[in-house]
Design a binder for this molecule. Structure first.
Ligand SMILES: [Zn+2]
Length: 419
């Protein structure tokens, strides 16, 4: 009598699910007859939750900070970016288990391609050497680090480069505050002479600029690059340093919200934010950050995490944002539809009668008009499987707009997790 059936669940507790569809929110588009991708996408499961959810809009990117996933996702996890935003690279370093001690800076090291223009000046050709594969990117940087001249220059500068399996490695420079250091995003400066966009503004800038310059002749003569050129590919002939930030620490998620959590994402930034809060980072095979990502795998991993006793799981899906940056509007709509049918539907079905609360939102706007991020308040829904609310017909910018206004997005997570 009165006994609770726990079935395959380890313990009967309230479970919390956070779903971030990166950059889903958008403006009304002429190409969609004045509608947004969220309004056009067929997403019956999300909309069915929305009909029983509380809803509204939240400001995740405070004024004065860049609108992007770094600031927005910090807010969503309850960390005020005005206090905890230290730049992007230290968050990504955390994902790789790389510490950035006080008095150090971290930055990205892209395997970029630079080419001489007609006057012989080197210009930025590609921020990723034409999308170089991870294995080649790692092999090139490992060999560069073994070059006697280059490794001496690195140690003279107090710089360590940590190879990764992507075109973006991480660099850490010790013994520098370098708050005034300015470094330039390679993808925003395509076609520009690299001497115009070298690190500048601080004492250590010229040292870092020299490391960028010195990488070019050494990488240019590497056999892997000769092979790439012979195949008609761009050589990865420059280590481009950028996205600098200082050491980052975040408060423990469990201490603040009383739940043990995990984060699932293809994106190092999002995993790093989770790791710095003491959350478990779960990697899913086939999670690519693109339209072809493994939606079902993420649903299964989230479910498995909850079943083995975690209280909270955050799942971040990058595809809508990535499609928008590529100018692929059809892909953006498809990404939203796949989040609905291939991620959310199987996850919610598998929850069965288990009580859960779910927060679903877009971290920031990503505008199909020009591919940029927007700081507008984003629509959100909070669903409780055992406490249905009077919701809205559909999860969209306009539908959620009349709901609750949350001027500081860091308050969202405590609306989800009530303890
Ligand atoms: Zn984002």
């Amino acid at each position: 009598m009165g006994e609770r059936v726990t079935s395959h669940w380890e313990v009967y507790t309230l479970k919390y699910i956070l779903v971030i569809g990166d950059g889903m929110a958008d403006v009304a588009l002429e190409r969609l007859n004045g509608r947004t991708p969220l309004e056009v996408a067929s997403k019956p499961r999300i909309d069915s939750l929305a009909r029983s959810s509380s809803y509204g809009t939240a400001v995740n990117c405070p004024q004065g900070l860049p609108a992007g996933s770094d600031t927005a996702i910090l807010s969503i996890f309850g960390c005020d970016p005005r206090k905890y935003y230290f730049g992007r690279a230290p968050l990504e370093a955390a994902d790789q288990g790389i510490g950035v001690p006080d008095g150090s800076i971290a930055f990205r090291c892209n395997m970029a391609c630079v080419m001489p223009d007609e006057s012989g000046k080197l210009v930025m050709q590609s921020h990723s050497a034409g999308g170089i594969d991870g294995a080649t990117a790692r092999a090139l940087i490992v060999d560069l680090l073994e070059d006697a001249e280059y490794s001496a220059a690195l140690s003279g500068a107090g710089v360590t480069i940590y190879p990764s399996d992507s075109y973006r490695h991480i660099g850490v420079q010790r013994g520098t505050a370098a708050s005034a250091l300015e470094m330039y995003a390679p993808h925003d400066n395509l076609g520009r002479a690299i001497e115009e966009i070298m690190p500048q503004g601080s004492d250590n800038a010229e040292t870092l600029a020299n490391l960028v310059r010195q990488s070019v002749p050494i990488l240019s003569r590497h056999p892997l690059n000769s092979a790439r050129v012979a195949e008609g590919k761009l050589p990865a002939n420059c280590v481009w340093m950028w996205a600098n930030g200082t050491s980052a620490t975040l408060p423990s998620f469990e201490t603040r919200y009383g739940v043990r959590g995990a984060v699932i994402s293809a994106v190092p930034l999002c995993r790093g934010i989770g790791a710095l809060q003491g959350m478990e980072v779960i990697r899913v095979e086939g999670a690519t950050g693109e339209l072809d990502t493994n939606y079902e795998g993420k649903a299964a991993a989230a479910l498995a995490a909850l079943r083995r006793g975690l209280d909270f799981v955050a799942v971040h899906i990058e595809a809508p944002d990535e499609c928008t940056h590529c100018g692929d509007l059809t892909g953006k709509i498809q990404a939203i539809e796949r989040i609905d049918s291939r991620f959310l539907a199987p996850l919610v079905d598998a929850m069965g009668d288990e009580r859960f609360r779910l927060l679903l939102l877009s971290d920031h706007y990503t505008l199909s008009t020009d591919g940029s991020h927007g700081a507008q308040p984003v629509p959100f829904i909070i669903y409780d499987s055992h406490e249905p609310q009077v919701g809205v017909d559909s999860y969209s910018e306009a539908m959620c707009q009349p709901g609750e206004t949350i001027p500081d997005g860091t308050a969202l997570i405590s609306k989800l997790i009530r303890h």
